[in-house]
Write a protein that binds this ligand. Structure first.
Ligand code: PMP
Length: 306
């Protein structure tokens, strides 16, 4: 990954990909205190390459930094501009973007009172998080033996680097047991989220998703809320148990990387008909139509890079 052509925005400058380096004593590398975003740009039919919900991602990045008490050395306009610029200057038609805010190597103490905050934005071609079949047929998921962060252990509203230790442990366990993704439960045993996705279930034509207590306030989740409103679908945020997922008619994950991903099995129990259900199909179609600029609704969600 480090050895490739291209440019990365680093503290206000575009620098060659291979030169975008930090010292081994970089504070964030040691303790995981940093915040980041995962953003996608799509090649739209009407307006060329556009970043999807750029402002919302930038807003969340700044909220994450605020929660973690990390001073941001740039304003939102500069970070928006940087994201447009990396896609453009790397000649990418479609891209996954990674803005990240991290502490430098000025000191190693936990007080973190003498550190500089740095910001990078990288972008690369990352067509699909899961296989194309997964998108159509759904994936196999297992409930993790790892609990999702508790609100008083971590700051669940922040998309923080260190949080992903928990995600990676859960995902590895799921992959090792022949599944494609993990479903993490909260400390009381209720459904929280996937390793990098929010979850929805469908029962009798109604949608349910966990409250935001211990899961990330996903931007794709918000997009699904908007579609439900358009479609007149009832949607409730509530506590969900793992057996409610077993007996759901449909279930799916949402996330910038995973997009809208059907779940066909949880813990060896088939969900619904064991294939992508009709409501998931409709929401997934709307999602891809939206990000690809084939819909007239919400034009403000697409920011052209050129
Ligand atoms: N939960 C977690 C833990 C995530 O990492 C992500 C991906 N950012 C999501 C949910 C989904 O968020 P979004 O739709 O904003 O990508």
């Amino acid at each position: 990954m480090a050895d490739r052509d291209g440019l990365i925005w680093f503290d206000g400058e575009m620098i060659p990909w291979r030169d975008a380096k930090v010292h081994v004593l970089t504070h964030t590398l040691h303790y995981g205190m940093g915040v980041f975003e995962g953003v996608r740009a799509y090649n739209t039919e009407s307006r060329g390459t556009c970043i999807f919900r750029l402002q919302e991602h930038t807003d969340r990045l700044f909220r994450s930094a605020h929660i973690m008490n990390m001073p941001m050395p740039f304003d939102k306009a500069a970070i928006n501009e940087a994201q447009k610029q990396v896609v453009k200057d790397n000649d990418l038609e479609e891209a996954y973007l990674r803005p990240m805010v991290f502490y430098g190597s000025e000191g190693m103490g936990l007080r973190a009172d003498n550190l500089r905050t740095h910001v990078i934005v990288a972008a690369w071609d990352w067509p699909s998080y899961m296989s194309p079949e997964a998108r159509d047929l759904g994936i196999k998921v297992r409930c993790s033996s790892y609990t999702r962060h508790h609100v008083n252990i971590s700051m669940c509203k922040a998309k923080a680097n260190g949080h992903y230790i928990n995600s990676m442990l859960a995902l590895r366990e799921a992959l090792d047991s022949g599944c494609e993704e993990a479903l993490l439960l909260d400390n009381e045993g209720y459904v929280a989220e996937g390793s990098g996705e929010n979850i929805f279930i469908v029962r009798d034509g109604k949608l349910f998703t966990p409250e935001l207590t211990s899961c990330l306030d996903g931007i794709t989740r918000g997009t699904i809320f908007a579609f439900c409103q358009e479609m007149g679908l009832e949607l409730h945020e509530k506590r969900i148990t793992r057996d409610e997922v077993y007996v759901a008619d449909e279930a799916f994950f949402t996330g910038t990387a995973a997009e809208v991903l059907p779940i066909r099995e949880l813990d060896g129990r088939t969900i619904g008909a064991g294939e992508r259900g009709p409501i998931t199909t409709e929401l997934q179609t709307r999602y891809f139509d939206q990000v690809k600029g084939r819909r007239e609704q919400y034009p403000e969600w697409l920011t052209p890079v050129r």
